[in-house]
Ligand binder design. Sequence first.
Ligand code: PBG
Length: 326
Amino acid sequence: MTTNQDFKRHRRLRSSGSMRSLTRENHVRTEDLIYPMFIIEGENIKQEVPSMPGVFQVSLDRLNEELKEINELGIKAILLFGVPKEKDEQGTGAFIEDGMVQEATRAIKKEYPEILVVADTCLCEYTSHGHCGVIHNGDVDNDASLKLLAKTAVSQAQAGADIIAPSNMMDGFVTFIRQALDEAGYTNIPIMSYAVKYASAFYGPFRDAADSTPQFGDRKTYQMDPANRLEALREAESDMEEGADFLIVKPAMTYLDIVRDVKNKSNAPVVAYNVSGEYSMVKAAALNGWINEQELVMEKLTAMKRAGADLIITYFAKDVAKWLNQ
Ligand code: PBG
């Protein structure tokens, strides 16, 4: 048979495993992953989050079990959330010296100095009303919240956090936090901004894990409308101008168009947050035997890289590291 010039033979580059791996464009590496952890107040606690099989709330005294595993798997960065016993109107637990994130950070940096601690900077896990800022006249007060967020960031840096990750979606948080960090002498601590964060139903399981469900209303006056794209670009642009060092897009899976847009518009590292609901959906299907978990997770995360994510925050980090090490 003669060569047919009328069509291209794309299958040439798919002919074998070696050929496919030679021509593969995107890869997920353990070094790209950030593993979120929930530090709960109390003693001798390691309890599985019911809606997130395989994810645990861990007390300070049992943190080492998790850290040892993470370290052995080669995971280089973790994202810390605190789950305190006491909450109040101001979210005081977020910025006190012996807060959950601050204590955990100190312990981690002492035992495992090479693991990067990313501190989530928000008030919702610490406020009695569950909102990400302070409430005035029934609404979250932007500028009053900024002061507390800046205080939170500085206390986290003081405890030894390597990266500050504000997730509260108040306007101006990057400016305020950058200024406060600089004034306190932390000019070298980068800000990983949750620049683009949608008001998403995919956060449901996280709110169980972090005990941070709003007690009234919703987060729609500060988190973004899932219908909007240009708004995401405005958010990313202003965070860059304000001095963000990394840009997070959250959630990831249903917002890969936004990951690509943000990547195309900025030269900062882009971080996709593969959120709790995205994790739980896969786990539920896997536990039912309906999908191949490993293949599906690798496909999902590779798609995030293809969309332009440089880094991925994911509850699958430990699983992925295991699979990659095999
Ligand atoms: C808010 C915050 C949220 C998540 C991380 N930080 C969500 C929210 O309740 O608005 C969600 C993460 C996830 O779903 O995995 N400070």
